[in-house]
Design a protein around this ligand. Structure first.
Ligand code: 5AD
Ligand code: SF4
Length: 450
């Protein structure tokens, strides 16, 4: 079977799609370009902006291929699949498989079954009450040099927080922690395949272990166990909820040398009133205390965040407090979003909706401020040295050589020019930063890559 996967949304989905591609490859199927595919798999996201419409318009677009060959069919996976379920098949007859996040592990077998039996359809949107292991799939590498050096390892599914704006608990189900033994053995397998950087992944990693499938290992303990695996150069984790970050996790930034000095810590709003309405269960003072603790443990730590503007009831004064917090913390990067109603959430039912134009104006002001902070922060890096882990070629290529792109320990993108013909993906190199761009750095290599 020739398959083509289209992925939307967060890193969880990217990771799920990567697994599915590997699992199908191991079973003898082949990834193919869109116009060659026999089956399409859409891995969907429903966190913001008209996501259902996006899925419908993608399916509408793909229908062209299906008209040409009726044997072609589509599968819809992920959060929109969970939300809409069976109705997707009714609306689009060529959608023959619908998989919620907990059903994804059945995708390889289900796709084979459907290819063999053109009259069948499957809808797998049941939630499981514990973390089910997926078959680990490691295809043989034709060229070990081409193996990825950075990897994501899922440590939990779902979320129990019910922040009032968020659809995740509805589409990803309750929190289920993965057994630490399975996490460690996947990390070990990745390291044996040459991976140098691992990011532990979950909706709310800080509450790892606290649910019914937890095994008495806290997130801080898990961090220590993973960090101790030999050959691991860099360890990261995402995403964190400030209310759950334990003092031991904050201290780990000062204790674990390979725990990278970068943390994405969603603030969402700088107003205590709005934070309470969002059901976030922390206030500005608590958030600032965490930031102080992190900086004490690791003075060079770089912070990023997520922010929502125009949450129901947000006044100009509330918004000013968000601006003030962004300035005070000095986030080096932030993702900011205009609030949008998600079906079934508590905020959807709040009456005081902010006018879309007003929210748009706030978003632009916030992004302006962030751009200034980012620029200053990146400028401060000029002249400093950093170790870069190269990921691939830079998007923009100018001049005689070749620009390679990688990340420094603090997750900053660094572009470095090298002679043509080198294979640097997965290599580390000490680099001197020569220039700051709007969202990235330029540097020159000093010393040999290793
Ligand atoms: N409206 C706008 N942004 C949202 N996010 C989550 N739900 C919504 C919503 N209803 C944002 C949050 C979260 C990020 C993944 O998406 O900032 O951290
Ligand atoms: Fe989107 Fe959230 Fe689902 Fe990720 S978990 S794909 S962000 S809705």
């Amino acid at each position: 079977m020739k398959f083509h996967i289209l992925t939307f949304g967060c890193q969880m989905n990217v990771n799920d799609s990567d697994w599915l591609a590997r699992a199908l490859t191991v079973q003898g199927h082949e990834a193919a370009a869109e116009d060659q595919a026999e089956v399409f798999i859409l891995n969907t996201c429903s966190v913001r902006d008209k996501p259902e419409q996006k899925v419908y318009s993608e399916l509408g677009r793909l229908r062209g291929y299906l008209d040409a060959n009726p044997a072609i069919f589509a599968a819809v996976a992920g959060c929109v699949a969970q939300q809409i379920g069976q109705k997707l098949c009714e609306k689009f007859p060529f959608v023959r498989l619908v998989l919620g996040p907990d059903g994804l592990r059945h995708a390889p077998a289900a796709l084979e079954e459907l290819a063999e039996h053109p009259d069948r359809r499957l809808v797998l949107t049941e939630f499981l009450d514990r973390f089910e292991e997926r078959e680990q799939a490691w295809p043989e590498l034709a060229e070990p040099e081409a193996a990825p050096r950075t990897a994501f390892v899922n440590i939990m599914q779902g979320c129990d927080n019910f922040c009032t704006y968020c659809i995740v608990p509805f589409v990803r189900g309750r929190q289920k922690s993965r057994p630490p033994k399975a996490i460690l053995s996947e990390c070990q397998a990745l390291l044996e395949r040459g991976v140098r950087e691992i990011t532990l992944l979950g909706q709310n990693v800080n509450s790892f272990g606290s649910d019914a499938s937890g095994m008495g290992v806290s997130f801080a303990q898990l961090l220590h166990q993973v960090a101790a695996l030999s050959e691991l150069d860099r360890l990261r984790f995402t995403t964190s909820h400030p209310k759950d970050i334990a003092p031991e996790v904050i201290r780990a930034f000062g204790e674990l040398e390979n725990l990278a000095p970068h943390l994405h810590l969603p603030l969402q709003s700088g107003s205590d009133r709005i934070l309470a309405r969002m059901g976030r269960k922390y206030d500005r003072a608590r958030y600032l205390a965490i930031v102080d603790g992190l900086r004490q443990a690791r003075p060079d730590i770089v912070l990023g965040t997520d922010l929502i503007v125009g949450f129901p009831g947000e006044t100009e004064e509330d918004f000013d407090q968000t601006l003030a917090m962004v300035e005070r913390v000095g986030f080096e990067s932030s993702y900011s979003f205009k609030y949008s109603d998600r079906p079934g959430t508590a905020a959807e039912r709040m009456p005081e909706k902010v006018d879309s134009q007003v929210a748009q104006g706030r978003l632009l002001r916030l992004q302006d401020l962030q751009n200034t902070i980012t620029r200053n922060s990146l400028k401060n890096c000029v002249g400093r040295e950093a170790v870069v882990l190269y990921e691939g070629l830079s998007r923009v290529q100018v001049g005689a050589g070749v620009f390679w792109q990688g990340r420094d320990p603090s997750f900053r993108i660094v572009n470095v020019e090298h002679p043509k013909g080198l294979k640097l993906a997965g290599k580390l190199q000490t680099v001197r930063v020569t220039q700051a761009k709007k969202h990235s750095l330029m540097g020159e290599g000093i010393g040999r890559p290793w």
